[in-house]
Design a protein around this ligand. Structure first.
Ligand code: MRU
Length: 347
């Protein structure tokens, strides 16, 4: 699946498979303005760290066209629109990274026609590079899985969360491509249900055996010996190896350590933020309470009762068996992150 993020260059429109409606309805959401792209990012029409980075890169192309309506002030307006895109969601660093790459390529140059060409090519490159990185992770990570393994994953770190192939699901696809028989347990991932809706959707489509489990079944499944390995994605990996990922991930990691199950993270170098020292400094997005208080439009909690809706948590690096990147696999104590990932993630 590589056609869920498309850019219609002729009409300067971003076409997104609407992930809010999956798996029941496959519908395209069209973004023609930066405000449309920000809406798509914030309401999770498109979600997943690399996917929001790719979408924001195309969002910059839309921003340029929109900014030109400001006439002589187009450069100021463009700067403002890029800020809107970069700040649409705070935790996944790929978003700010992608807008930063586009900003660097602009460099304040004054010819908008030239910039339009440069940006379109760069956005397409960010998209293609992400697929290539995922396939490389699939090769490195696929080698870590054994024939017959059952792999638990949390949230959706698949094709839908990236430009294609996936990070955590890319590792599973890599192992399957090597001829290994892999079964997957997809944690349902309350409240947005990325596991139940999206991971199950794309693995089932690919014919990879997948079973959905309630988030709170994790301990029982591990205790019964039904989980051989855990592989998850990441929204931000900081200098000491701490990892922000979907809320609930750290609980899965703690349980995996308790039951002696290897816990792997798969992420491209665009997910690394080496300017942040440890996970306690990562901004954690808080989303609308409605995602928790309502299911399918119907209220499930008493009116007036407050709820927590933190979208991410941080898994300490000490709980992580290995971090699979497109450049190789990193192992504790993660002191080699800077050497392996280098400056690429920080620019
Ligand atoms: O809120 P979401 O759905 O954007 O969160 C996504 C995740 O937490 C994914 O696990 C992460 O972005 C890795 S995607 C390859």
């Amino acid at each position: 699946m590589e056609d869920h993020i498309r850019f219609d260059a002729e009409n300067c429109a971003l076409l997104l498979l609407d992930q809010r409606k999956l798996p029941l309805v496959e519908e395209t959401f069209v973004c023609r303005t930066v405000e449309d792209v920000v809406f798509a990012l914030q309401t999770m029409v498109v979600r997943g760290a690399p996917a929001i980075g790719v979408s924001a890169a195309y969002g910059c192309c839309i921003a340029l066209r929109q900014a030109l309506t400001a006439g002589a002030y187009w450069m100021n307006e463009l700067g403002r629109l890029l800020n809107l895109l970069a700040q649409a969601r705070p935790t996944a660093v790929n978003l700010a990274w992608a807008v930063g790459e586009m900003r660097t390529a602009w460099g304040g140059a004054h010819d908008p026609r030239l910039l339009a060409g440069v940006w379109l090519a760069l956005a397409r490159k960010i998209q293609a590079d992400d697929i290539a990185a995922n396939k490389a992770m699939g090769r490195f990570g696929g080698a870590l899985l054994n024939d017959g393994d059952t792999v638990m994953t949390h949230c959706n770190a698949g094709a839908l969360a990236t430009a294609g192939y996936g990070t955590a699901l890319g590792v599973i696809r890599g192992a399957v491509d090597m001829g290994k028989r892999i079964a997957v347990i997809a944690n349902e991932t309350r409240p947005f249900l990325q596991g139940a809706r999206l991971t199950a959707y794309e693995l089932h489509k690919d014919g990879i055996p997948v079973t959905v489990a309630c988030d709170n079944a994790c301990s029982l499944l591990m205790r019964r010996g039904l989980v051989d390995k855990v592989v998850v994605g990441a929204d931000r990996i900081v200098a000491n190896g701490d990892v922000a990922n979907k809320i609930g991930t750290s609980g899965v990691a703690i349980l995996a350590r308790h039951y002696g199950i290897p816990f792997y993270v798969a992420a491209p170098s665009s997910t690394f933020d080496l300017d942040t020292a440890d996970g306690g400094l990562i901004p954690i997005e808080e989303r609308t309470p409605l995602e928790v208080t309502h299911v399918g439009g119907a209220r499930i909690t008493p009116d007036q009762v407050p709820v927590f809706n933190f979208a991410f948590d941080v898994t300490e690096s000490a709980l992580i068996t290995g971090i699979i990147t497109e450049l190789g696999v990193l192992y504790p104590p993660y002191t080699s992150i800077a050497a392996t990932i280098g400056q690429r993630a920080c620019t």
